[in-house]
Design a protein. Sequence first.
Length: 508
Amino acid sequence: MLFNIIKITILNLFSKIISFIKDILIANIFGISLKTDAFYTAFKLSNILRRIFAEGAFSYVFIPILSKYKTKKNKNKIRNFISSIYYILFTILIIISFIFIIYSNKIINIMVPGFIKNKTKFNLTNKLLKITFPYIILISLTSLLSSIFNVWNIFLLSILNPIILNLTIIFFILFIIKYLYFSIYYLSWSIITGGILQLLFQKINLKKINIKISFKYIYIYNKGVIKIFNKIIPIIIITSIYQISQIINNNIASYFKIGSISWIYYADKLIELPLSILGNTINTILLSKLSKNYYKNNFKKYNSTINKCLKIILLIGIPISIILIYLSKIIIITLFKYGKFNILDIIMISKILISYTIGLVSFIIIKILNTCFYSRNNIYIPIKIAIYTILINQLINIFTLKIFKNSGLALSISISSYIISIIFILQLRKKKIINNKFKWKNFFYKILFSCSIMIFILKYLIKEIIFNFINLNIKFRLIKLFTILIISIITYISILLISGLKFTKIFK
């Protein structure tokens, strides 16, 4: 397990570094403004359906069915199945995009009603949404092709997708956008260009697995296609429920002052790094392992795998959370404090980031525990819990928004995620999916003790190293930041080893 985690983590980390370079360039040119609020809102709205048609619900259903086709069917049937689902999905997405583009102003009214008061922001968001929304077609078809490669055990191509997109945006920023007056429009067009390049890259590589997608191979009554649309509905319900919570939060954020949506976006991007790398890495390995053990009735190994994953989350997630909280402003200054980015932006993003970071461990736990139910083909409990998530989140919002304003949205998500984690664990214990045979107390105490020493070192390092930090260039900022990170991590790991923690038992 350790080798797989390291390999996937390195690839994901490289992708995230490219993404951060893109965000640094956008922050440098545009800062935090009405334009960035409009752009990030338009892109976020176009991404709502991505969770369903791209890397979300659709992949959960498509991959197992295609895997069966690969083992049991001949090449013609595989070709017919893939071509049929490709063009049916394409048709559905064209219709949805057409509707969203025609009624974009009404959609903005519903999603971000606070923009109505500011006609300039509303009109700009409307125009940018019309440009960016077709990206959902491109990324969904790209993800479909990536899923095909994953079935053939070619994983690198799917990891390259976000890299292609971000490199395209970076190219536009460096060589086109900064020389143009209406540059925010070209930033939106860079997303569409990147989407086209992603899809072309995947299509070209289909030759490697001898797969050809053609309109003449379509067969609507294909059994595999019918299975997909029968199974996908419950998962779409789960995904949609989670999106409702995001829509409500966007709705609330639209009433905040100019810059709020951009602050939330940058905090999201920072918390997404550990969440994506740790959560997605473990999840990628976990789903296949759990499914395999479940169908073999090897419940002892099934429980052991879940417990090991939860231990890895605590072992890595808790110190990362502490580092993010203590270094939030330093990280934000290092990455974004250039050009039009100002001190207020740093303070506001830092507050939101800390609020998100409080819930980091629980975010990853929920992701993992969801997988436990999917591995057993049990989707009804996740549906119930998804509904609880919305209700709990919005109830907590009532209190956190009054006290913390912008960061209240993030804090309510963090608090509610811990409540949902407890509900998940109780459900898993009730169904005897997980047990308490593993020694948790000693493990947890060792982590807390090691983190306490690390906090002491962090405070000392921040006091000694960060002098005149904001006036340094990016080179010296990075050197100082990495020095603090490396010393803190070495301290944490050393104390764990001294306390007798055996890493080999957990990562084996």
